[in-house]
Design a protein around this ligand. Structure first.
Ligand code: ADP
Ligand code: ASP
Ligand code: MG
Length: 405
C-alpha cells in the first residue's frame, strides 16, 4: 500500500463547505488504495486575524507567546477536518505537532524542522486511519510550541513526506499549479507542467508564495516529488522535480516580486577594516537574515552601506544599528525605506545563455522604472525598485521574455 501526504492550504479549508469537500477528496485517495497523511493550514485569514489581535494587545509581542497564539489556527482546522471525515464514516485522528513530534529548533516564529518521529503516525495508519497533522507548528527540545514562518504548512507537508518516505506530496491550493508569474498579477501567465527544484527554490525565495522556500529545500534534499494542484478541481497541476535537459533550453521560466523586504541605508560609515564585519555580526546575532548588500565607492574615507532585511525585522535591525553602531562609531545617519519591491527573473537556462540582465534592465528603463539595487545568482537576476512599480514590473518582464506564449 502506498503512502501519500496531502497538504491543504487556508482557502481549501476556509469554510465548513470547503472542509467537507476536503474530507471527500481525502476519502477518494483512501479508496484509491493509499494510506493518507493530511496536513492542514489554518482557515484562510485566521493567522492574519490572530497576528492583528496580538498587535492590538502589544505592538511588539514576545515571539514565544506569538507562537502559542498562532498555533491555535491550525489546531482548529485539524479537528474540524477529523469531524468531517468521521461524518463520512472514515476513521481519522488529528494531531498537533508536539503529539507526533515534529521537532524544531527554538527560533520562535521561524523555527526549522530538525527531525520528525514517525512511529505514532505509522501506528495510526496501520489501524486504517487517516492521520491529520497540524501544519505550520512544531515543538522544540524543551516542549515549547514553535511555528515555521508564514506559509510554513507547505514545509510541514513536505517534511512529513520525506520522513515517511511517501510516494509523493500533493500541495492543494487555490491555483491549479505553479505559473510563469502570479496569475493574480499577470492574467496571461501560463501553468508549467513541471519545474526543477532549483528554479522553484529561487522562485519561492524571491517571493512566489505558492510554496514556502523551506518546503522546496526539503523536497530537493530528500528527493520528494511535489505536485502543486488545485483543491477545487481534479486537473493535473505542476510537478516539482529533478531538472532535465529540456529545461535548460528556456532562458527565463518565471518572474516574481517580493514586497516583504525593507532597505536599510547606513550613511557615512568610516571606511576601515572591520566595520562591515561588525555591522553584519550584530545583525546576525539578532537572528535577522540579510538579503542584498551594496557598499558604495568611498569618498573622503566614508562610505554608504545599504542592505535589505525582512520588513518584519526592520524595526529590530534599526534598533541594533542605532544601539551598537551609531552610538559607538562615527556614522552619519541610518534610514529605513520599506517602500521597495524586489523584482526577479528565474531560469536554469541562464547558466548557458547571456544577455538576460541587459534585456531586463532595458525593459524596465523603457517604462521608466528606476533600479536601486541589483543582485544575481547562477539562475536568477533581481532588481530592487520602488514598490509602486512592483506589479507593472512583473507584467513588463513577463511580456519581454514572452512567458505567456
Ligand atoms: P495556500 O493558502 O494554499 O498555502 P497561498 O496563498 O500560500 O496558498 O499560495 C497560493 C498563492 O500563491 C496563489 O493564490 C497565487 O496568488 C500565489 N502565487 C504567487 N506566485 C505564483 C506562481 N508563480 N504560480 C502560482 N501561484 C503563485
Ligand atoms: N497558517 C499559516 C500562515 O498563514 C501557515 C500556512 O498557511 O502555511 O502563514
Ligand atoms: Mg501557503
Amino acid at each position: 500500500m502506498s503512502l501519500i501526504v496531502q497538504k491543504y492550504g487556508g482557502t481549501s479549508v476556509g469554510s465548513p463547505e470547503r472542509i467537507r469537500a476536503v474530507a471527500e477528496r481525502v476519502g477518494e485517495a483512501q479508496s484509491a488504495g493509499h494510506q493518507v497523511v493530511v496536513v492542514v493550514s489554518a482557515m484562510s485569514g485566521e493567522t492574519d486575524r490572530l497576528i492583528k489581535l496580538a498587535r492590538q494587545v502589544s505592538p511588539y509581542p514576545s515571539d514565544r507567546e506569538l507562537d502559542m497564539l498562532l498555533a491555535t489556527g491550525e489546531q482548529a482546522s485539524i479537528a474540524l477536518l477529523a469531524m468531517a471525515l468521521h461524518e463520512r464514516g472514515l476513521e481519522a485522528k488529528s494531531f498537533a505537532a508536539h503529539q507526533v513530534r515534529i521537532v524544531t529548533d527554538s527560533v520562535h516564529t521561524r523555527a526549522r524542522i530538525l527531525h520528525i518521529e514517525d512511529q505514532r503516525i505509522r501506528q495510526e495508519l496501520e489501524r486504517g486511519r487517516v492521520v491529520i497533522v497540524a501544519g505550520f507548528q512544531g515543538v522544540d527540545e524543551n516542549q515549547e510550541i514553535t511555528t515555521l514562518g508564514r506559509g510554513g504548512s507547505d514545509t510541514s507537508g513536505v517534511a512529513l513526506a520525506a520522513a515517511l518516505k511517501a510516494e509523493y506530496c500533493e500541495i492543494f491550493t487555490d491555483v491549479d499549479g505553479v505559473y510563469t508569474a502570479d496569475p493574480r498579477i499577470v492574467p496571461e501567465a501560463k501553468k508549467m507542467q513541471s519545474i526543477s527544484y532549483d528554479e522553484m527554490l529561487e522562485l519561492a525565495g524571491l517571493g512566489a508564495k505558492v510554496l514556502q522556500i523551506r518546503s522546496v529545500e526539503f523536497a530537493m534534499k530528500y528527493g520528494v516529488r511535489v505536485h502543486v494542484r488545485s483543491s477545487m478541481n481534479h486537473e493535473e497541476g505542476t510537478w516539482v522535480l529533478k531538472e532535465d535537459a529540456s529545461m535548460e533550453k528556456v532562458m527565463v521560466r518565471g518572474v516574481t516580486s517580493n514586497t516583504n523586504e525593507a532597505k536599510i541605508i547606513i550613511k557615512g560609515v568610516p571606511d576601515k577594516p572591520g566595520l562591515a564585519a561588525l555591522i553584519f555580526g550584530e545583525i546576525a546575532k539578532a537572528n535577522i537574515s540579510v538579503d542584498m548588500i551594496v557598499q558604495n565607492v568611498s569618498e573622503d574615507g566614508k562610505t554608504d552601506i545599504t542592505f535589505t532585511v525582512p520588513k518584519t525585522d526592520s524595526h529590530k535591525a534599526m534598533e541594533v544599528i542605532n544601539d551598537k553602531i551609531v552610538s559607538e562609531h562615527d556614522v552619519a545617519a541610518v534610514k529605513c525605506d520599506d517602500k521597495i519591491a524586489k523584482l526577479s527573473v528565474v531560469g536554469v537556462g541562464m547558466r548557458s545563455h547571456s544577455g538576460i540582465a541587459a534585456q531586463m534592465f532595458q525593459a524596465l528603463a523603457a517604462v521608466g522604472i528606476n533600479i536601486m539595487m541589483i543582485s544575481t545568482s547562477e539562475i536568477a537576476i533581481s532588481c530592487v525598485i520602488d514598490v509602486k512599480f512592483s506589479e507593472l514590473g512583473v507584467r513588463v518582464l513577463h511580456e519581454t521574455f514572452e512567458l505567456g506564449k
